[in-house]
Design a binder for this molecule. Structure first.
Ligand code: SAM
Length: 329
């Protein structure tokens, strides 16, 4: 079993395959986009597969592909197919905005992807446009349909933003009335690509729950699965469930089992750190698996206790300027 210096199991990796995205969610990046990485700065499929293979041998059991938007990467299906064939990997999932996803769903199912996180902050097409600056709502809903009709486990992730979509909390809750989906509300974090100044958290997990309880006082707490980042609930009679992720309040660090790899190959052992090891650079210098493994183990033995410690360490150096798209949200 892979563990860190605080005795926490490490078994889950989120791999960001690109920083590019076909939406411009205002809380994630500026309207003009980011300073996109060049092709050579991105890891190749072969490099990503090598790292995944090594980490699975070391004890990673679950990999989630993210970005940027995974489906803007042209060779994404080859990568997913390669990863899905790794011996010892128990689960392969992905996170997508759903703009391009629908046609890929049958093939995803075929290669063994059973769970998809779909980002959707509103059920109102106009507000969708205001938030994402793109007119893609109908494509996202088509992807949701495709996922459900292929019996995929779907988690819908909605960032809750003061003055932007809090009127969507109840409609999103009600999506789980008829559909077997888990709707998860996420606290907004400061990773907005410098598009605007983060002026503190207005809707924390307590306030989000209060809003739902106001309408549905009968809401019940569910047992949270091991390593869950969400507090989970169910409203009696609803097919799906509700989750609340205290991403800014960071209430789950004590059991955090996840690491991240950014599109340029930077290992993050905490969402709030600024990268602790560049795996792509090591690989391009010809490092063997043995050398990579040693470097990874050293990084795992220096993990911050929690996201507050990680944030303090980096704010002292650089502050937080990057977008979730460059982190692997
Ligand atoms: N494009 C894919 C998607 O939309 O799911 C994957 C990448 S996206 C960066 C991953 C998740 O990060 C999305 O659910 C998005 O809403 C979330 N996210 C981005 N910026 C955020 C922020 N500032 N605070 C909280 N969540 C954020």
């Amino acid at each position: 079993m892979l563990t860190d210096n605080h005795g926490r199991k490490i078994s889950y990796m989120r791999l960001a395959v690109t920083d590019r995205c076909n939406l411009r969610c205002f809380y994630c990046m500026p309207e003009h986009g980011l300073d996109w990485l060049s092709r050579t700065e991105l890891m190749t499929n072969e490099e990503m597969l090598q790292i995944c293979g090594l980490l699975v041998k070391m004890g990673i059991e679950k990999i989630r592909i993210t970005g940027g938007e995974p489906f803007v990467r042209k060779d994404i299906m080859q990568l997913l197919t390669g990863i899905s064939g790794l011996n010892g990997l128990k689960e392969l999932g992905l996170t997508t905005n759903g703009v391009l996803t629908a046609p890929y769903v049958p093939e995803l199912k075929k290669i063994g992807v059973r769970s998809i996180n779909l980002s959707l902050d509103t059920l109102d097409a106009n507000r969708f446009f205001t938030i994402t600056r793109r007119d893609e709502f109908s494509n996202v809903m088509a992807s949701l349909d495709a996922m459900l009709s292929h019996d995929m486990e779907v988690k819908i992730n909605a960032v809750v933003m003061d003055g932007k979509n809090t009127q969507d909390i109840i409609p999103l809750v009600e999506l789980a009335k008829e559909l077997p989906v888990s709707v998860r509300f996420i606290e907004e974090m400061p990773f907005n690509g410098d598009g605007h100044v983060y002026d503190g958290l207005h809707w924390d997990y307590v306030r989000i729950l209060d809003e739902i309880k106001n309408k549905y006082p009968e809401i019940k707490k569910l047992d949270d699965p091991a390593y869950s980042t969400s507090y989970n609930y169910q409203i009696p009679g609803h097919k799906g469930s509700i989750g609340i992720i205290a991403a800014y309040s960071r209430t789950f660090c004590g059991t955090c089992n996840r690491i991240r790899i950014t599109p340029q190959g930077e290992l993050k052992t905490c969402l709030y750190d600024d990268g602790v090891l560049n795996l792509k650079d090591l690989m391009r210098k010809g490092a063997s698996d043995e050398v990579l493994q040693g470097a990874l183990l050293t990084a795992f033995s220096h993990r911050p206790a929690d996201g507050w410690e990680a944030e303090r360490a980096r704010v002292a150096k650089t502050g937080i300027h990057e977008s979730m798209a460059t982190i692997g949200g």
